[in-house]
Write a protein that binds this ligand. Structure first.
Ligand code: VGL
Ligand code: ZN
Length: 210
């Protein structure tokens, strides 16, 4: 049997998405021990981290739209955009990986959301699917054919990263206990998981992998 070359993709394990952060995801810190346990496994040829990495003037920040508040939805350069609090500004502590993340095994970091005109939930492409972060080419160049995805947030960056991975042809699994959601609307995480499953993403629990 030929074993797949499998990468672990850790999505946005950054201070601003942790409890107390600017865009806190409830229980976001609970996924870090799972990320550490999986990253230590030899089953992964590569451990990749995505990093939300916005310029201060990013168009997804509600503060740049007069009279708007976080959670409201606008149209931004032709795309539907949820407005967010200022978060993950390049070089700030909020944009740094949480200190408890054991980063020694991370082989590459892919920043995203650097273009102020468009948001980038997926670790592969911006929300307009125009520009690539280079992650697809990197994984293919490294002969990776399978990916396991976990991190924050289930209903945004994890969802779109896993959907792109599956669409790009990677055998894709979601480590569901390694994810937490924003849940602006109740049930958003469950709907995101259903959308991933419908797109061919296998939903697994970390205990099946350790
Ligand atoms: C994210 C909203 C805005 C995420 C990033 O990591 O899921 N969500 N920026
Ligand atoms: Zn962001």
């Amino acid at each position: 049997m030929i074993r797949p070359m499998r990468a672990l993709i850790l999505v946005d394990l950054q201070n601003d998405f942790m409890p107390g952060g600017a865009l806190a995801v409830p229980e976001g810190d609970a996924v870090v021990p799972i990320a550490n346990a999986l990253a230590a496994q030899s089953a992964y040829s590569h451990v990749i981290a995505t990093q939300d990495w916005h310029p201060a003037e990013h168009g997804s920040f509600a503060v740049h739209h007069a009279g708007r508040s976080p959670g409201e939805v606008i149209e931004l350069h032709g795309l539907t955009q949820v407005l967010w609090p200022v978060h993950c500004v390049q070089g700030t502590r909020g944009a740094a990986f949480i200190e408890s993340l054991e980063s020694e095994r991370i082989t590459r970091v892919f920043p995203k959301g650097t273009d102020p005109t468009v948001d980038s939930y997926s670790g592969f492409f911006d929300n307009g699917q125009r520009n690539s972060t280079g992650l697809d080419a990197y994984l293919k160049d490294q002969r990776v054919d399978a990916v396991d995805v976990l991190g924050l947030a289930t209903d945004y960056c994890v969802k779109f990263t896993a959907l792109d991975a599956a669409r790009l042809g990677f055998v894709t699994r979601l480590v569901v206990d390694g994810c937490r959601g924003v849940n602006l609307s109740e049930g958003d995480s469950e709907r995101a998981i259903a959308a991933m499953r419908a797109a061919g993403v296998e939903i697994v629990h970390s205990r099946e992998l350790t």
